[in-house]
Structures are given as structure tokens and as C-alpha cells.
Design a binder for this molecule. Structure first.
Ligand SMILES: [Zn+2]
Length: 265
């Protein structure tokens, strides 16, 4: 999975300008249920961060995301500007920085979020503790999936045995084709013999083609088995039953996903 900041941040974040009022900032936080606002200048560059805790520390009244202010309190909050109470020149992170760099900055600085900026310092997104937790969850689950899946041992044994058999068969087809060619070259054939030799050669070729296709499918299946993915549907991550894997060893789709894809065309 990609571990750049961009893949995990929240894009198009709610932001505010420094000359807006603390009341406007609080209203935005309440409306969107967020606790941090990046503060941007007129060219959308990040110049500060305002947190709910900053507001709580600065405003003369008790505030909460749940209880609205009364008229008088709203009047008081409207007199304070965001620029007076925000954190200036906050630590920011580039959208293309590795996620671990962002996590380390946040942990060491005890930041609840980082504004994400592009190469010109323009606000591009916001990375919160929640975003980091989701990233962690995704990674841990992905790791778990690469542990060997409950191995359908008899299926793998059967596939390995079939593979050995197919390899022998293919070698035999090869020898047979060789014989046909040599017979033709050594002894002149009459018309009937020529016809049947051609048919024989054609059939052998067909069988060899089928056998080598099946062999490739089994190789693909055994490769998937080594990665612990043999019985896992690539599309829905559900389990592919053994019967389907015996019939179509190289398949990476369960029957339902195969049908859905087929129906989509
Ligand atoms: Zn599926």
C-alpha cells in the first residue's frame, strides 16, 4: 500500500482566514464536528492553525462542540480575531512526504493534526490523528493477509502431482512430434500415410497446447500459494472454494465476482 501523506490525508479541508472572528471559527468547528482549522492567507498559503483548545484557552466563556453560545457570548467571541489566538507558522507536511515522517512529527510535537501543503506552501489537505489510525488499521490488516492462509494442503498436493504429470505428458508429446517429423524425413509416405501423419501431428500439437496452458495455470496457482493468496478472491477477499481451484487452478476470483465481472462485460 502507498504510504505517502497524500493517500491518507483528508482533502479539501475546511479552513479560515486570520481576520475572521473566533466566533466564525467556533461555528465552523461545531458545524463540521472538527477540532482543528488550518488558517490561510489570501493566496491559500498556510499561515496558522487554530485548534478548539486554542479557542477554549482564549475565549472568556466555557465552550463546547455540543452546547451553543448565548447571544451575549456570541457577541464577545465575535470581537476576537482568529489571528490573535491561532498558532503561527505551524509545522506543516508536504503531500508527497512519507507517512511515517508525518506520524513522527505529530507524535514528537504532540500535534493533533498537520496541515498538508503542496510545493508552494498552498493548503492541500489535513492529516489528523484519526487519519493516522485508519492508515495503521489498513496496514495491520494487509500484514495479516500475507500470513499463510489456512492452507488447503490436499489441494496443493494434488496440484503439484498434476503439474509433475503434465510435465511428463508434455515431454512425451514433444518426443512424439519429433518421431513424426523423423519418420516423414526418413521414409517417403504415400498419400494416405501423409494425411494420417499430418492429422496425428495436428492432434499432438493441440494436446500439447492444452497441457501447457493447464501447466501455466497450475504454476500460477502454486505461485499464489507461496504468497498465501491461493484461496483468496482478489476482488472481494472472500474464500475461493477448493472445487473451483481444482477446476481453474490459476483463478484469482471467486465464482460470484467472476460472474459479476462477466455481467459487467
Ligand atoms: Zn470474490
Amino acid at each position: 500500500m502507498k504510504s505517502e501523506v497524500k493517500s491518507h490525508m483528508t482533502g479539501e479541508p475546511i479552513s479560515i482566514e486570520p481576520d475572521a472572528s473566533a466566533l466564525a471559527a467556533l461555528d465552523l468547528m461545531v458545524e463540521h464536528g472538527i477540532r482543528h482549522l488550518p488558517v490561510i492567507d489570501p493566496s491559500s498559503r498556510v499561515c496558522g492553525v487554530l485548534s478548539f483548545d486554542d479557542l477554549r484557552a482564549a475565549l472568556p466563556m466555557a465552550i463546547s462542540l455540543g452546547v451553543p453560545l448565548d447571544v451575549e457570548q456570541r457577541g464577545d467571541a465575535a470581537e476576537i480575531a482568529v489571528g490573535e489566538v491561532m498558532t503561527y507558522s505551524p509545522v506543516v507536511i508536504r503531500y508527497d512526504a512519507p507517512l511515517e515522517e508525518a506520524a513522527q512529527l505529530m507524535a514528537e510535537g504532540r500535534f493533533g493534526c498537520l496541515p498538508v501543503v503542496d510545493e508552494n506552501g498552498v493548503l492541500d489537505g489535513i492529516l489528523s490523528e484519526t487519519d493516522l489510525l485508519y492508515a495503521l488499521v489498513t496496514m495491520l490488516w494487509a500484514e495479516r493477509r500475507t500470513e499463510p492462509a489456512p492452507a488447503p494442503l490436499d489441494l496443493v498436493g494434488a496440484l503439484e502431482a498434476e503439474r509433475a504429470h503434465l510435465a511428463e505428458q508434455l515431454a512425451a508429446y514433444g518426443r512424439h512430434e519429433q518421431e513424426i517429423t523423423e519418420t516423414r524425413r526418413d521414409t517417403p509416405l504415400d498419400e494416405a500415410e501423409e494425411g494420417s501423419a499430418r492429422e496425428d501431428g495436428f492432434l499432438t500439437e493441440q494436446l500439447a497446447e492444452l497441457a501447457s496452458r493447464r501447466l501455466r495455470a497450475i504454476d500460477h496457482a502454486l505461485e499464489r500459494q507461496r504468497r498465501g493468496e491461493l484461496a483468496i478472491c482478489e476482488r472481494c477477499e472472500g474464500r475461493i472454494p477448493d472445487a473451483r481451484l481444482r477446476a481453474l487452478p490459476g483463478t484469482n476470483l471467486c465464482i460470484r465476482c467472476a460472474r459479476e465481472l462477466e455481467a459487467q462485460g
